[in-house]
Write a protein that binds this ligand. Structure first.
Ligand code: PEP
Ligand code: MG
Length: 578
């Protein structure tokens, strides 16, 4: 029995068998062939291509019902690329001409193609190199006998152990109903960790050598609260964790009774508890938790794991589905926040944009303003969906007024276009801005006159204020929602919203962490949006708190400069009967 420690990012205990996800390809060898072996090598290459074709057809013919509808066209694109002479023939010519091995011929041809795509002006075509790279990788794996159908082999109930998982990987895991996951890398507010919380499964990140110590099929216990992974547990340990599982189950049952109770503080302040969702299917969990609406719909997940971005119609259908399912409750659709750790292909393909500091790069609204071919169809789709329910539109990562004005102009143009075409939409659709860049928090009063609401994105606000990359486990230890600088920015934003008489919500992970609920109530926050799995625990605290009395304590906490003392005071706040 062995215990490994990492960062627990999603509560709960899971006991099950390990599925170790092999992600890295072995190094590609290069060797020269003698004349009699050349045709055999050509044949070996052709076999690998044929095997890739069979694999792709098999996957296409066995698409699970829960997979996104575009999965089939994504696979068809890969089949077409596979048969293109640039993939199927060029390496053969190279094997014959240069007398090199098949892997090397394919690798160098893949690199040449990648460079050609990279030079293309059209961003959509440039993006296509990701597909080409994925096809090249599939054939390479066949040649290297590496196991590459990893995701497909996963069975429900297994515990995934991987070096790292991208948000795109995690979406695939979501369909596989895995029991828990553990990664060597990652941070607690990475989108991968956020997805684990949305799945409601235990997860541990930055368990540094997990893939080294865990063997396929081995028994594991994942303690997502304490961040402990137990490999090969003995009978007593399993029994102890089974009891813990039962306790957790009993506590969840008790919480479930609060579903229909109002989220009102003891002194009568009504608090709105909304849900964050990534996919339309998540609406079910939001309803089960009794959410008062959707405070954050991360639309970028609609753009992942596919060959082409979703068109206006497909987006419209997804947004309408959510709006209708919410039956009159608010649905806050955030415009696409791609970039940084949320790449369409998971960022792993060689096609991923290479930026030294992706979190500071072309992300979210910056990307949308640079490439309006991506943005305009989404604006049209959201506006059209606003006729079907209480839809609000939210802009991520605003950092300057100029950026906001450019987005508002585009929204204005889109509205005019829809009016001209006599397409229905809500002309007074509320437009909100995420306050998640320190520049926006500091100048929230300058944004407020032009927006209908704010939503504080603490994940990024903390990342950018404290200068810690949210996916870099080396600086995880610096992540702290209670850092005085973070608390001041939150207060500043709430004050600016109040002065301008616009609502302010919080939709970062801090909003769903019950340890901070009382402090946030004390800071005057009345709208919280979080993963459905955490909503009832927050409601329990809300109902047991006196918001008026908490204001005084929050003021005191905000005066403290020492982070350790802030932590002690917040702990005290949670223990006292206020
Ligand atoms: C945030 O930054 O707090 C947020 C809610 O957005 P995301 O986590 O998707 O960046
Ligand atoms: Mg954010």
């Amino acid at each position: 029995m062995l215990a490994l420690h990492g960062t627990g990012v999603s509560d709960g205990v899971s006991i099950g068998k390990a599925f170790v996800l092999q992600q890295d390809l072995p190094e590609v060898p290069q060797y020269a062939l003698t004349a009699p072996h050349i045709e055999a090598e050509v044949e070996r290459f052709a076999d690998a291509v044929a095997q890739a074709r069979r694999q792709l057809r098999y996957i296409r013919d066995h698409i699970p019902a829960s997979a996104p509808t575009e999965t089939a066209s994504f696979l068809d694109t890969h089949l077409l690329i596979l048969d293109d002479p640039m993939i199927a023939q060029a390496p053969v010519d190279d094997i014959r001409r240069h007398r090199c091995n098949a892997e090397w011929a394919l690798k160098t041809q893949g690199e040449r193609l990648s460079a050609q795509f990279e030079r293309m002006d059209d961003p959509y075509l440039r993006n296509k190199k990701t597909d080409v790279n994925q096809v090249v990788e599939r054939i390479l794996r066949n040649l290297l006998l590496a196991d590459h159908n990893e995701h497909e082999k996963l069975a429900p109930g297994e515990i995934v152990v991987a070096n790292d998982l991208t948000p795109a990987d995690t979406v695939i895991l979501k369909h596989k109903r895995i029991r828990a996951f553990v990664t060597n890398m990652g941070g607690p507010i990475s989108h991968t960790a956020i997805l684990a919380r949305s799945l409601g499964i235990p997860a541990i990140v930055s368990a540094h050598s997990a893939t080294r110590y865990v063997r396929h099929g081995e028994d594991l216990i994942v303690d997502g609260k304490r961040g402990v992974l137990i490999v090969g547990p003995d009978k007593q340990t399993i029994a102890a964790y089974r009891r813990l599982q039962q306790d957790i189950g009993a506590r969840r049952k008790l919480l479930a009774k609060l579903r229909g109770s109002p989220a009102v503080t003891r002194d009568g302040r009504r608090i709105a508890l909304l849900a964050n969702i990534e996919l339309p299917a998540d609406v079910k969990a939001a309803a089960q938790a009794g959410a008062a609406g959707i405070g954050l719909y991360r639309t970028e997940f609609l753009f992942m794991n596919r060959a082409a971005p979703p068109g206006e119609e497909e987006q419209f259908r997804a947004y309408v589905k959510v709006a209708k399912a919410l039956a009159g409750k608010p649905v806050t659709i955030r415009t696409v926040d791609l970039g940084a750790d949320k790449q369409v292909d998971g960022g792993r393909g060689a096609g991923a944009a290479v930026s030294i500091n992706p979190a500071l790069g072309l992300r979210a609204v910056r990307l949308c303003l640079r490439d309006t071919t991506l943005f305009r169809p989404q604006l049209r789709a959201i506006l059209r969906a606003s006729a079907a329910g209480k839809v609000r539109l939210m802009i991520p990562m605003l950092s300057s007024q100029d950026e906001l004005f450019r987005v508002l102009d585009l929204i204005g143009e889109t509205k005019s276009e829809l009016r001209r075409k006599r397409v229905k939409f809500n002309p007074r659709i509320p437009i909100g801005g995420m306050i998640e860049v320190p520049a926006a928090a500091v100048s929230a009063d300058l944004f407020a006159p032009y927006l209908d609401f704010f939503s504080i994105g603490t994940n990024d606000l903390i990342q950018y204020t404290l200068a810690i990359d949210r996916v870099d486990d080396a600086v995880n230890y610096l992540y702290d929602p209670l850092h005085p600088a973070v608390l001041r920015l939150i207060r500043l934003t709430i004050q600016a919203a109040r002065a301008a008489r616009i609502p302010v919500a919080m939709c970062g992970e801090m909003a769903g962490d019950a340890r901070y609920t009382r402090l946030l109530l004390g800071l005057g926050l009345t709208e919280f949006s979080m993963h459905p799995a955490t909503l009832l625990a927050v409601k329990k605290i809300v109902r047991a708190s006196n918001a008026g009395a908490l204001t005084k304590f929050a003021r005191k906490i905000l005066k403290r400069a020492d982070t350790g003392e802030v932590h002690r005071l917040v702990d005290g706040l949670n223990r006292e009967d206020i």
